[in-house]
Design a protein around this ligand. Structure first.
Ligand code: GLC
Ligand code: CA
Length: 554
């Protein structure tokens, strides 16, 4: 099956709980999605990725799945989902689901059986071990909640959870578990969905004997023994056989991977993934994870993008993204809230003129920014509470750690989408499950619709330009002025066509001289982020704060 159509998609991610409440209970749902499918389509989007919609006790907001073949009652039911699917298809949009199979919820029937006794037929669906001298089986720490092992007296054993306590890891070495995964894939593909985003998929195979991890790691200790583990490729090939029976695609979330992994996993006809969600470019203001905050470094960001662009070209395909439900808002990170409109448009240009499939996240298209919470009682996410716990341990008081959370936590991307300036930002008619950002009167879809120079209308233009010029989809990438701490400039090249993308990352005017071989005046400006186009003099332009411009030579 030739599924290379995934290269021409523009994907919109919905984190349903905060998208739109259609039935007035304060929680976003599929009724709300149904109302807004035309809006999503109007952005130039042709694929929707749903973060998990399955029944879940929400210890990790859906990423703890209790039933893989149903819809959470908060979101609707299977009938409403089918309605959404059909309508999306009739509007020319594909739909992909989140596949979370590294772990389930403790509320999943398999786990409930598994923990009854060591003889239960489901016991071996999970990773159980005896303790060692009254201690857990090894020194692993979870990503979310301290020790990676939880003791269950009924079995006199511990189960492994690399994430929250409510997210026990599946034992993928058990062929029955792999059969379950295939059956989940078939269930949704038979219904008509067009693929999957596979959650922390590179974690599914754990090293035999579960050896101790590197002792200094304060979280996710032991990860070196389960990221890209021994049977990862083999199990993925097994799943891929099912995928290959359908006209669909899969994108795998792959923490701590580099371009060489991408080529291993996502190139050739026997590839196990069509694209990877990588993290290098998301660490230009932190050390590996957002909470270990550092000042933003443009050079680090450029280096990361260029590395992936260069290595993958002609061999594997990139997934392009700068926002999703796991990171703070990008304007607040790599842009500038004081220049929200300017930096919002520039960041879009910077990322989505590159080679790969664009993924945008709800609210990104209207330039939503980070929120501000004042007390831990307003926070919702297990990861935030883990951060607080770790910081308390080293003596950081709550009033200080809250400041860090406001800047770095993924709560920032989970506030309700701001639809208009009415109560609760038009997200719901009652008080939403999570606080609406106070700036909603100014930043909302309705206001952005009215303003022809808004970020929203810029996204529409950008995707139109991208989708109607092959060079932006298939062109080769090359970076200029790598050493600049102010400007990001790259070219795309396809046959004898060329394009030059120029982005300013500073709030002062900055001079930009075209690289050798480029005559600015001979080109066509196909995208510009200020009302008027920049004017070239002696092949030089002065970029205004956070300005971006795209020159096309065809
Ligand atoms: C992925 C998801 C994240 C979730 C974690 C555990 O990283 O994107 O939201 O918390 O996996 O499932
Ligand atoms: Ca609702």
């Amino acid at each position: 099956m030739d599924n290379s159509w995934f290269k021409e998609l523009v994907v919109y991610q919905i984190w349903c709980r905060s998208f739109k409440d259609g039935n007035g209970d304060g929680i976003g749902d599929l009724y709300g999605v149904l109302e807004e499918l035309e809006y999503i389509k109007s952005l130039g989007v042709n694929c929707i990725w749903f973060s998990p919609l399955y029944p879940s006790p929400n210890c990790d907001y859906g990423y703890d799945v209790a039933d893989y073949k149903d819809i959470h009652p908060d979101f609707g039911n299977l009938d409403v989902f089918k309605e959404v699917l059909d309508k999306a298809h009739s509007l020319g949009m594909k739909v992909i689901m989140d596949l979370v199979v590294n772990h389930t919820s403790t509320e999943c029937e398999w786990f409930k059986e598994s923990k009854k006794s060591v003889d239960n037929p489901y016991h071996d669906y999970y990773i159980w071990r005896k303790g060692k001298n009254g201690n857990p089986p090894n020194n692993w720490l979870s990503n979310f909640e301290g020790c990676a092992w939880e003791y269950v007296p009924e079995c006199d054993e511990y189960y492994l959870h690399t994430f929250a306590i409510g997210q026990p890891d599946l034992n993928m070495d058990n062929p029955k578990v792999r059969e379950e995964v295939k059956s989940i894939l078939r269930f949704w593909l038979d219904m008509g969905v067009d693929g999957f985003r596979e959650d922390v998929i590179t974690y599914i195979s754990k090293k035999e004997g579960l050896p101790n991890g590197f002792p200094l790691m304060p979280i996710a200790r032991g990860m070196e023994h389960y990221n890209k583990g021994p049977h990862f490729m083999e199990y993925m090939q097994e799943f891929r056989e099912v995928i290959n029976e359908y006209d669909c695609f899969v994108v795998g979330e792959s923490p701590m991977t580099g371009p060489a992994d991408a080529i291993r996993f996502a190139s050739g006809d026997d590839r196990i993934l069509d694209m990877l969600i990588s993290f290098d470019h998301m660490s230009a203001d932190c050390l590996f994870i957002d909470m270990v905050h550092l000042p933003f470094s443009l050079k680090r960001m450029k280096k990361a993008f260029s590395k992936w662009q260069k290595y993958l070209y002609g061999k594997a395909w990139n997934a392009l993204y700068i926002e999703n439900h796991d990171h703070p808002r990008i304007i607040s990170r790599y842009g500038n809230e004081k220049y929200r409109t300017e930096s919002g448009k520039m960041l879009a240009t910077m990322c989505f003129m590159q080679s790969g499939t664009p993924f945008i996240y709800q609210g990104q298209e209207i330039g939503m920014v980070n929120t501000k919470l004042h007390s831990y009682s307003e926070f919702k996410d297990v990861m935030t509470f883990n951060g607080r716990r770790l910081l308390r341990k080293i003596g950081v008081p709550d009033f200080l750690s809250i400041k860090l959370m406001n800047r770095t936590s993924r709560e920032n991307s989970r506030t309700p989408v701001q639809w208009n300036s009415s109560n609760y930002a038009g997200f719901s008619t009652v008080e939403p499950w999570f606080g609406v950002n106070k700036n909603y009167k100014k930043i909302n879809v309705a206001a952005e619709e009215k303003d022809k120079n808004s970020i929203l209308n810029y996204y529409r233009k950008l995707f139109k330009v991208r989708q109607s010029n092959d060079i932006f989809i298939y062109g080769e990438y090359k970076e200029f002025y790598k050493q600049s701490k102010k400007i990001y400039c790259y070219e795309r090249r396809l046959g004898d066509k060329r394009a030059l993308i120029v982005c300013s990352f500073v709030s002062r005017p900055v001079e930009f001289k075209a690289p050798l071989g480029y005559k600015l005046k001979r080109s066509k400006i196909v995208l510009h982020t200020y009302k008027d186009k920049p004017k070239a003099k002696k092949n030089t332009i002065t970029l205004r704060p956070y300005e971006a411009v795209v020159y096309l030579y065809d």
